[in-house]
Design a protein around this ligand. Sequence first.
Ligand SMILES: O=P(O)(O)OC[C@H]1O[C@](O)(COP(=O)(O)O)[C@@H](O)[C@@H]1O
Ligand SMILES: [Mg+2]
Ligand SMILES: [Mg+2]
Length: 332
Amino acid sequence: MIIDQIPGQVDGELRQTLDTVASVCAQVAQRIRRGGIDENLGAARGTNTDGDSQKALDVIADESFASALRGGPVRYYASEEVEDVVELNPAGSLALVIDPLDGSSNIDTNVSVGTIFGIYQAKDEPVGSVLRPGRELLTAGYAIYGPQCVLVLSVGDGTLKYVLDPDTGVFRLVGPMGPIPEESTEYAINASNYRHWPAPIRAYIDDRVAGAEGPLGHDFNMRWIASLVAETHRILTRGGIFLYPSDARKGYERGRLRMVYECAPIAFLIEQAGGRATDGLDPILDATADALHARTPFVFGSANKVGRVATYFDLPEEETSALFGKRGLFRG
Ligand SMILES: O=P(O)(O)OC[C@H]1O[C@](O)(COP(=O)(O)O)[C@@H](O)[C@@H]1O
Ligand SMILES: [Mg+2]
Ligand SMILES: [Mg+2]
């Protein structure tokens, strides 16, 4: 077993699949460590279905996961890097959704990138097996390829953290992640998109930028790594909030991140660790994507902070467009 222990009831096929995924994550980590020596992992390789520029490592990771899983318990394989759902084994019983390499813009800069995945019980056809509420996930997880290679996993009984032991090649359970702290002052958003955001999001960020001189009366701190897995790992570790809202740019009407293989698995892990994950208003895990690469606005993190974002959408127009000096002081 490459994952040393998974508490709770995990049947043989699911356990086998998780071990296969973890072993490919360990291979991807090794390949990243040698990037530039053996190959240029950041080299352009065209574009994927969602219009993202594909890097060599996107394609390498996708092909590594698909070939390792072929012929095993996974019937359907739904990847960010492939247009449609692929049938890996007609006799399989599971459906796996995956972002093989998340944070691709960081590959050349040696900043943490990752892999995001989720596993469902397969239905008798491909689309219905993956376009479904994330609450039906059997398990979800991510690997983060940073100073440590860490696997964060949930099988529905809390969120667990495993560190890859470089000496043995085993992911060692080091403990639970969460409950996500609520007292953090950190928020993560790509502030360069400010002018494109809906008014309630601008108001939410205005109040935090105003800090001690604004309605909230204390200062905040901002982070933006442009690697969803790294932001998630920080928030699971010390709380805070992440926002990628819809915006007025063409193609960003439903934000940037994809429901099936990014937001639903991350939302599963966040809720399992006591946090919340919404589209700004409604739980991600209750939503059903209308297409494999469909995007969704995505807000997740400390439960109290995610709830606070929703209150800004209830504010009257004059409240969200006014400078914070005229806004009510009731918002925390
Ligand atoms: O470049 P932007 O607009 O800030 O978006 C950054 C976001 O895009 C992503 O890189 C999208 O994921 P991929 O790299 O898998 O396409 C996220 O990891 C990250 O949170
Ligand atoms: Mg991604
Ligand atoms: Mg990706």
